[in-house]
Design a protein around this ligand. Structure first.
Ligand SMILES: [Zn+2]
Length: 267
């Protein structure tokens, strides 16, 4: 059983850390409500109720029984400061940020964590980019919303794959077992499935032949899995169509879609 926690990162960090990395909480209040409903539903997916754990580790008793994924929404400034480079939409954190903001006191994460940027201006800019030049933005609005919302599921999918390959152990525990020679695989392998199990891509099971291929295949598989998980989780009180309202951006989204529609209309 995998439990999905949800927090706004800046609300959980010690104030001193927020001051150091110049963060501010700028996430509209209804956004966590939207995501909590989606994650509640996602937790009922079979892969979260009965994860497909690495049988080798389970046989050897090297496994956890219950695991949590900490999902953090955060500001653009926070994510850039934590990662040390600009522009990532989200991340599944295997290693500890230099500032050790989670106080892991180890180079590898002591919990399963994903961070996703949740910024109103960025949401609007990305949607406007997709709508620009589109002949029928109104029709394609569901796709714009899906492409934005998929980041949360993409990062959770990364965490799910790691959890299954590590038999629920956290990155820090895998690092210790790997360094001690107790297991043949490390955090990279657990993240990519490299040497552990084949990945299903376009319905076919494929083994990666080298590290570069493992990374590329893992990303393709993760994106497919993310859209599957999103289709499962986003309905009812977390329909994609409710997200602009949660962001307090209904009028702007309507304007973006209408502007481009009128531009694309024949004279
Ligand atoms: Zn990825």
């Amino acid at each position: 059983m995998i439990t999905l926690n949800l927090d706004i990162l800046e609300d959980t960090l010690p104030p001193g850390i927020c001051a150091d990395i110049g963060t501010a909480c700028d996430i509209p209040g209804q956004v966590p409500v939207f995501w909590r409903a989606a994650l509640d539903r996602l937790q009922t997916h079979p892969r979260f109720v009965s994860p497909e754990l690495n049988p080798d580790l389970v046989r050897r008793g090297l496994c956890g029984e219950q695991v949590e994924i900490d999902v953090y929404l955060c500001s653009r400034r926070s994510l850039d400061a934590i990662l040390g480079y600009p522009g990532a939409l989200g991340v599944h954190l295997l290693t500890t940020p230099d500032t050790d903001i989670f106080e892991d006191r180890s180079s590898s994460a002591a919990r399963h964590r994903v961070l996703v940027c949740s910024d109103r201006d960025e949401f609007l800019a990305l949607t406007a980019d997709l709508a620009a030049g589109d002949a029928d933005p109104q029709k394609h609005l569901p796709e714009y919303l899906a492409s934005y919302l998929a980041t949360v599921f993409h990062e959770i999918a990364h965490a799910l794959i790691f959890i299954e390959n590590s038999a629920m152990l956290v990155p820090g525990a895998i690092e210790v077992l790997s360094n001690n020679g107790q297991i043949d695989h490390d955090c990279f392998d657990c993240s990519t499935c490299y040497g552990i199990r084949p990945l299903t891509i376009d319905g076919q099971e494929v083994w990666a032949e080298n590290l570069d291929q493992a990374v590329a295949m893992m990303e393709t598989h993760t994106e497919e899995l993310a859209f599957h998980l999103m289709g499962f989780a986003l309905d009812g009180s977390s329909s994609p169509f409710l997200f602009p309202a949660a962001m307090g951006a209904t009028e702007e989204i309507d304007r973006i879609v209408a502007q481009n529609a009128s531009r694309a209309a024949p004279d």
